[in-house]
Design a protein around this ligand. Structure first.
Ligand SMILES: C[S@@+](CC[C@H](N)C(=O)[O-])C[C@H]1O[C@@H](n2cnc3c(N)ncnc32)[C@H](O)[C@@H]1O
Length: 406
C-alpha cells in the first residue's frame, strides 16, 4: 500500500520524518520540505519506517549520489545532500540531544576535509554470493565492488577478494574480511567460521607488496603473507599497528580530535579506554599519563609504543576502567568509551573522584548525553562535533567539562 507525507524533520540517522495519521514515520534519503510517496517497511505501536517510492516535489538541495549502492547499502545516509547540509543536520541533531540535559551553548563544528576516500578501515561481510556491506536495517548482504568512503588500497582490494572467495568456493568458510590501511600499506584479515587451511598465494601475487594477509579463527590471528604491520608517525611518535586493535577511522579528523584533547589537558592525566596508546603518547608531550585499556592487543601495542618512543611519563594499565579507576588519581580525566558509553559504576567513581577537568570523546551522542546527565560537580564548558564519518549518519563528539567547585 502507498502513502503520502510531507517531510517535516530529521531522525537521529538523518532519515526524513513524516507522519502517517498521527504516527511518526522515518523515511531515509528524504529531505525536509519534500512531499513523498512511500510504503511501510516496519510498523510498531509508536512509529513506522518507510521506503520512498517517489519524491513529488524535489527539494532544491537534492543532489545525485556518487555511489551506485547508495540507498541500498546501509552505510551512508547523506549522499543525496550537499556536505554542508549534512553538517547542519548533524549539528542540529546533536544540539537537540544536548538541550535535553540543559546545554544551550555553542557547538563547534569540525568538518572532514574529505567527503569520500577517507576511511582507513572496512569490514566486509561474506556469503556464497559475494562480499559486501549490510542493507539498511537488515542482516542481508548488499554486494559491492567498491566503497567510496574507503581509501584507495582498501577499495582496490574488494574485487580481487570477491573473486578469490567465489573462485575458491570459500563463501561458507569466511565470515568477514577486515581491511586496514595506513601510509600506502594495507592489511587484510580473513575471519573464518571453521578452521581450514587456505592458500592465499594467488591473491597476494595479484594484490602485490603493499598488502599483508592475516587469517583469524576463534580469536587466533595469524600472519600469513606480505606486510606484517602498519607503520606511521603521529605527532612525532613512531607507531606500529597490527590488524586487530582499535584506531580512529578518519586520519585528518583524528589529528584534530587529538590536538583538541592535548590543548585542554593539564596536571596528571588519567586516560580511560585508551586503545593502542597513541592519544596517551601524544598527551605525554605535555604531562604525565596513566592509560587504562581492557583489550589485549591494544594494551600490547600501547606498551610497544611507550617503549619504542621511550615515553617515561606514560603508564599503561591493562584492565576494566570500572575496576582500575578507583585506584588512580589525576587532575584531568579523558574518556573515549565504545558506543555503549560509560558504565553506571564508572559515572559513580567519577563523581567520587572530583577531577578538575573531564574530556569526554564519544562516537555516540545518545550515550554521551545520558552519561553527562549522571555526572555531578561537572558542567559543560565546550562542545565539538567532529565529522569523523562523513556521508554516514554518525559523528564524533568531544565535550569538555569543568569542576564547578574549582
Ligand atoms: C573508542 S575506542 C578508544 C580508543 C582510543 N582512545 C583511540 O583514540 O584510539 C574504545 C576502547 O575502549 C576499550 N574498552 C572497552 N571497554 C573497556 C573497559 N571496560 N575498560 C577499559 N577499556 C575498555 C576498547 O578495547 C577500545 O580500545
Amino acid at each position: 500500500m502507498e502513502f503520502e507525507t510531507l517531510i517535516e524533520d530529521y531522525g537521529y540517522d538523518g532519515e526524513g520524518v513524516g507522519k502517517r495519521d498521527e504516527k511518526i514515520c522515518f523515511i531515509p534519503y528524504t529531505i525536509k520540505g519534500e512531499r513523498i510517496k512511500y510504503t511501510i517497511t516496519k510498523e510498531t505501536s509508536s512509529f513506522c519506517r518507510g521506503q520512498v517510492i517517489e519524491v513529488l516535489n524535489r527539494s532544491p538541495l537534492r543532489i545525485e549520489p556518487k555511489c551506485p549502492y547508495f540507498a541500498k547499502c546501509g552505510g551512508c545516509s547523506y549522499q543525496h545532500l550537499p556536505y554542508k547540509e549534512e553538517l547542519t543536520i548533524k549539528t542540529s541533531l546533536f544540539k537537540r540531544q544536548l538541550e535535553k540535559i540543559g546545554y544551550k551553548g555553542l557547538i563547534n563544528v569540525i568538518a572532514s576535509e574529505k567527503e569520500y576516500r577517507y576511511r582507513n578501515k572496512l569490514k566486509l561481510f561474506v556469503d556464497e554470493g559475494g562480499v559486501g556491506l549490510k542493507y539498511r536495517n537488515s542482516n542481508k548482504i548488499c554486494y559491492v565492488d567498491d566503497c567510496l568512503l574507503c581509501e584507495e588500497l582498501i577499495a582496490g582490494a574488494i574485487v580481487p577478494i570477491k573473486n578469490f572467495i567465489l573462485g575458491n568456493k570459500l563463501g561458507k568458510i569466511i565470515k568477514n574480511v577486515i581491511l586496514r590501511q595506513e601510509n600506502e600499506k594495507c592489511l587484510i584479515n580473513f575471519i573464518l567460521i571453521c578452521n581450514r587451511e587456505i592458500n592465499y598465494q594467488g591473491l597476494y601475487l595479484l594484490l602485490g607488496e603493499s598488502y599483508g594477509i592475516y587469517q583469524t579463527y576463534d580469536n587466533d590471528c595469524k600472519h600469513i603473507l606480505g606486510v606484517k604491520y602498519l607503520d606511521k608517525t603521529e605527532f612525532g611518535l613512531t607507531c606500529q599497528f597490527g590488524p586487530q586493535s582499535f584506531h580512529q577511522v578518519n586520519e585528518e579528523v583524528c589529528q584534530k580530535l587529538y590536538s583538541l584533547v592535548l590543548e585542554n589537558v593539564s596536571g596528571k592525566v588519567v586516560n580511560c579506554y585508551s586503545g593502542n596508546g597513541v592519544l596517551s603518547g601524544i598527551i605525554t608531550k605535555k604531562v604525565n599519563v596513566i592509560g587504562i585499556e581492557i583489550g589485549d592487543k591494544e594494551h600490547e601495542e600501547a606498551q610497544l609504543l611507550r617503549d619504542r618512543n621511550r615515553l617515561k611519563n606514560l603508564v599503561n594499565i591493562k584492565g576494566d576502567c570500572s575496576k582500575i579507576l578507583p585506584n588512580v588519581d589525576g587532575e584531568t580525566l579523558v574518556v573515549d568509551p565504545p558506543r555503549s558509553g560509560l558504565d553506571k559504576r564508572v559515572c559513580e567513581i567519577i563523581n567520587a573522584k572530583k577531577f578538575d577537568v573531564m574530556i569526554y570523546v564519544s562516537c555516540n551522542s545518545a550515550t554521551l548525553v545520558r552519561d553527562i546527565a549522571r555526572l555531578k560537580n561537572l558542567s559543560i564548558e565546550k562542545v565539538y562535533m567532529l565529522d569523523m564519518f562523513a556521508r554516514t549518519g554518525e559523528y564524533e563528539c568531544l565535550v569538555i567539562l569543568k569542576n564547578n567547585n574549582k
